[in-house]
Ligand binder design. Structure first.
Ligand code: XIL
Length: 373
């Protein structure tokens, strides 16, 4: 355990508590509470719609993930055309505020245009797809070199079923080597950037074993890969706490950094587990259109608190925890896997803090008190 790191964080939290004011918002912000432990991020796929959202983000967070605006489909819709307008604004806003920026994502089966894989009316061969991949990564990563601190280079390529790798167009065109090639290309474009493999459900033992295999294979080939992102799209009452803790320890043992990259806590029951973006739930249940009952808000708070207690305990292994959205109104879980009114985050639609925020803020305070701070 890194005692020095813990002590600095604890002292900051206690100092902030001592200056409590009567104002409505909690006296300590997320980034203050976790200072010295890990970065606290949220996703920003485009500039926030309301000024109050941007203020809240800057006050509470010290990191953003530039999400949708950097995915291949929006950023590189045709082979000879890049669309950087939105990403440029997002990166500029965040950079000027001193937020640590994560880029998401370079290689993914979803939100990726088909031109990468076509050669006229036939499928493109390996060399052509490799060249396009290298051009794409060199251009996108190169453009933001020095501003974007880390990249989710490869996203969700482990198979959720019995196989090792997901059957994607990248795999079909290039073979298993495409993963290593993507990391190498990203490293060439910005040697200082931290490079991550990112996926959902890799805390679960079956998928975790495959992620460990991938890390080992890449390391044995000397591929420049720095870390692993556990997405963290979990569901209320179904959080696999023990698996999460085991996975953090196991990935750390392989010598890679661990980040929690897309945390949210779905409160609407669904039939789809994990975060398979193409999955759709036809049931369309929408049980909380007018808000979440107080008892559920409290349950959600307790479970967020338990999760952050695990993250905080392992802060020597974790560099960042990113929550997938600033407030309930902008969560992707309002439309996936079906349309519903969801409440998975720490602030509600009116930007009021939910009980979950207090529970998350309480974690370092409780730890400091245990240490006699
Ligand atoms: C989601 C975005 O939040 C949505 O706005 C978009 O429509 C679909 O993608 N795993 C990932 C993210 O790696 O890129 C996904 O983000 C959520 C699941």
């Amino acid at each position: 355990m890194n005692i020095r790191k813990m002590t600095i964080g604890a002292v900051m939290v206690l100092a902030a508590c001592a200056t409590m004011t009567a104002e409505n918002s909690p006296p300590v912000t997320l980034k203050q509470a976790y200072a010295g432990a890990f970065l606290i991020g949220t996703v920003m796929g485009k500039p926030p719609a309301r000024e109050a959202e941007w203020h809240l983000l800057c006050r509470q967070f010290n990191s953003i993930t530039a999400g949708n605006c950097l995915k291949p489909k929006p950023v590189h819709p045709a082979e000879d055309r890049y669309e950087f307008a939105t990403a440029d604004v997002v990166v500029k806003m965040a950079h000027e505020q001193g937020l640590v920026i994560q880029g998401h994502t370079l290689i993914w089966h979803s939100q990726c245009p088909d031109w990468f894989f076509r050669d006229g009316d036939k499928p493109a061969g390996r060399e052509l797809v490799l060249k396009r991949m290298r051009d794409h990564i060199a251009t996108v990563v190169g453009r933001y070199a020095g501003k974007i601190q880390g990249w989710d280079v490869v996203n969700e390529v482990i198979d959720s079923g019995k196989g090792y790798l997901r059957e994607t167009k990248w795999l079909a065109a290039m073979g298993e080597d495409y993963i290593a090639e993507a990391f190498r290309a990203a490293h060439r474009a910005d040697p200082r950037a931290k490079l991550y493999y990112n996926d959902f459900s890799i805390e679960r033992p079956a998928k975790r074993e495959k992620a460990l295999r991938l890390i080992r294979e890449l390391k044995s080939k000397g591929v420049p890969m720095d870390g692993i992102g556990i997405q963290g799209h979990w569901e209320l009452d179904k959080i696999p706490y023990q698996d999460i803790e085991d996975a953090i320890i196991a990935f750390h043992k392989e010598g890679v950094d661990v980040a929690i990259t897309e945390l949210d806590l779905d409160v609407v029951p669904r039939r789809v587990t994990g975060a398979e973006v193409d999955a759709r739930d036809a049931a369309g249940a929408d049980p909380y259109p007018n808000g979440l009952p107080a008892a559920m808000l409290q349950r959600q708070a307790d479970q967020y608190g338990k999760l952050f207690a695990i993250f905080y305990k392992h802060r020597d292994k974790i560099s960042r925890v990113t929550i997938w959205g600033l407030h309930d109104g902008v969560s992707w879980l309002n439309t996936w896997p079906s349309k519903r009114t969801n409440h998975p985050l720490l602030w509600d639609r009116d930007l009021n803090p939910k009980p979950a925020l207090a529970a998350v803020l309480a974690v370092p305070v409780a730890a400091a008190q245990r240490w006699g701070g």
